[in-house]
Design a protein around this ligand. Structure first.
Ligand SMILES: Cc1cc2nc3c(=O)[nH]c(=O)nc-3n(C[C@H](O)[C@H](O)[C@H](O)COP(=O)(O)O)c2cc1C
Length: 181
């Protein structure tokens, strides 16, 4: 099983990246790579002059090649991050649809009490045009994120770990279903 992780935060100490790593530790795929979202801002003039930037093509290729994808995004002002939106927009300009039928699990960690629920909901809507297979739940919404990870980056509360295990079990099932055609 080949898993691609996408983190909507560029920050080195990102709680969403910690959450993504914890999800991968639970899933234990054969291989894992994290996407690099340090892309140029989408600009139609840049696209017209130079075509699809190589780093965008590389991201699209990684999405296409993955058996499943885990997206961890912070909530910024009740939406998902602009960095992630920029990546979604760029990838939508690549020939073909690398997302088609791809099993996707979404998790979020946020400072607020709802764990980024509205941002996550907005992300689910944003993915709809790409016809992915979003694993519906259990929802993983890590609230007050700064208090939930230990110094090694492990997610501590049992309730969150249970939810993450449930979501990864559902993702594994969806990947198996996809492979069976
Ligand atoms: C521009 C901006 C907007 C934010 N808006 C929200 C928000 O709507 N809800 C929330 O719970 N936290 C919000 N936060 C706090 C983030 O959840 C918090 O900084 C989180 O740790 C960011 O994710 P990261 O640790 O993966 O970088 C916001 C932070 C920034 C920088």
């Amino acid at each position: 099983m080949n898993i691609l992780g996408i983190c909507g935060s560029l920050r080195k100490g990102s709680f969403n990246r910690k959450l993504l790593r914890e999800a991968v530790a639970v899933l234990a795929p054969d291989s894992f790579a994290e996407a690099d979202l340090r892309l140029p801002l989408y600009d139609g003039d840049l696209e017209a002059a130079e075509g699809i930037p190589p780093e965008v093509q590389a991201l699209a290729d990684a999405i296409r090649a993955a058996d499943g994808i885990i997206i961890a995004s912070p909530e910024y002002n009740k939406a998902y991050s602009g960095v992630l939106k920029n990546a979604l927009d760029w990838v939508s300009r690549v020939k073909g649809n690398p997302w088609e039928d791809k099993p996707v699990a979404i998790v979020s960690a946020a400072a607020g009490r709802e764990g980024g629920a509205r941002g996550q909901f907005a992300l689910r809507l944003a993915l709809a045009p790409f016809r992915v297979r979003i694993v519906p739940g259990p929802e993983v919404l890590v609230a007050q994120a700064a208090d939930q990870f230990d110094e090694e980056g492990r997610l501590v509360p049992e309730s969150y770990r249970k939810a993450l295990e449930g979501l990864m079990t559902a993702l594994r099932r969806e990947i198996a279903r996809s492979a069976a055609g």
